[in-house]
Design a protein around this ligand. Structure first.
Ligand code: SAM
Length: 230
C-alpha cells in the first residue's frame, strides 16, 4: 500500500503485486468471506495497512502508561502491531478477528498473545467470553472500523447506509461496554478525515480527542482517535 493512495472514502489500495486479492467491490471489505479468501490467497506474511508500531510508539506509551494493561485488539489481521507491542512490554494482549483462516494462522505464529475468532459487532453479546463488561483497560482498532465503513458503488461516504451505521454502532457500543469505567480508553487509527468518523464515535459516556499523525513528505496524514471513558 502506498500512503499516497489513501483516499477519504475507502481503504487504501495494496501494491500492484497484491492486485489479485483486491475486492471487485469495496463493500466486500465488510464481509468475512472476502477476508477469509484474501488471507488464504496471501499466505503467511505480515502486513500493516498503515502506520507500523514504531511510528505511533511514543503516543501509545503516553496513552498507555501501565504496561500490564489488559489490551483488546480489534481486527488484528496480519499486522505486526500486536507483536511489536508485546515485544515493547505490553504482555496482556488479546487479538480478535472474524477471519478463521487468519486467526488459526496467527495463533500458531504468535502464541504469546491470545487469539479469538470474533466479529466486532458481537462484542457486547459475547462480553462474557471476553472477561465481562467493564473489564478492559484499552481497546485498539487500526483500520477495522474503516473496513466496516467501506462503501460500494452507488453508496456515499457522506451518508452511510442504515446497515453500515448499525454495524458501526454495534462495534462502538460494544467497546463502550467492555471498557473499564473512568479509566478505559478506545484508541482508533484511521486514514479517514475526522468529519467522516467523529459523528459515529461520539458518545455521552466518553471524551473524544483526535490527533493528526503527520505522514512522511507528500503523503496523507492519518488520524488517531482517543475515546476516554468517563
Ligand atoms: C483493513 S484490515 C486491518 C488489519 C490490521 N488491523 C492493520 O492495521 O493492518 C481489517 C481487518 O479487520 C478484520 N475485520 C473486518 N471486519 C471485521 C468484523 N466485523 N469483525 C472482526 N474482524 C473484522 C478483517 O478480517 C481484517 O483482518
Amino acid at each position: 500500500m502506498s500512503d499516497t493512495e489513501a483516499g477519504p472514502s475507502n481503504l487504501p489500495q495494496r501494491p500492484s503485486s497484491k492486485a489479485r486479492t483486491e475486492p471487485e467491490n469495496n463493500a466486500d471489505f465488510q464481509t468475512r468471506a472476502y477476508w477469509d479468501k484474501r488471507y488464504a490467497l496471501e499466505g503467511d506474511e505480515d502486513f500493516d495497512w498503515f502506520k507500523k508500531y514504531g511510528e505511533v510508539r511514543d503516543v501509545f506509551r503516553t496513552l498507555i502508561p501501565d504496561q500490564s494493561s489488559r489490551i483488546l485488539m480489534l481486527g488484528t489481521g496480519n499486522s505486526t502491531l500486536s507483536k511489536d507491542m508485546y515485544v515493547d512490554g505490553f504482555k496482556d494482549i488479546t487479538n480478535i478477528d472474524f477471519s478463521t483462516v487468519l486467526v488459526e494462522r496467527m495463533r500458531a505464529r504468535q502464541p504469546e498473545t491470545q487469539w479469538m475468532v470474533m466479529d466486532v459487532r458481537d462484542l457486547a453479546s459475547r462480553a462474557s467470553e471476553l472477561g465481562g463488561i467493564g473489564s478492559w483497560d484499552i481497546v485498539i482498532d487500526k483500520a477495522t472500523l474503516d473496513a466496516l465503513m467501506a462503501t460500494g458503488p452507488g453508496e456515499s461516504v457522506w451518508d452511510p447506509s442504515p446497515e453500515v451505521r448499525r454495524n458501526v454502532a454495534l462495534e462502538v457500543d460494544g467497546v463502550m461496554s467492555l471498557l473499564k469505567p473512568a479509566t478505559g480508553k478506545f484508541i482508533y487509527l484511521t486514514f479517514a478525515q475526522p468529519h467522516f468518523r467523529t459523528p459515529y464515535l461520539s458518545r455521552p459516556g466518553w471524551d473524544l480527542e483526535v490527533k493528526t499523525l503527520e505522514s512522511t513528505a507528500g503523503t496523507f496524514p492519518y488520524y488517531l482517535f482517543v475515546m476516554s471513558k468517563r
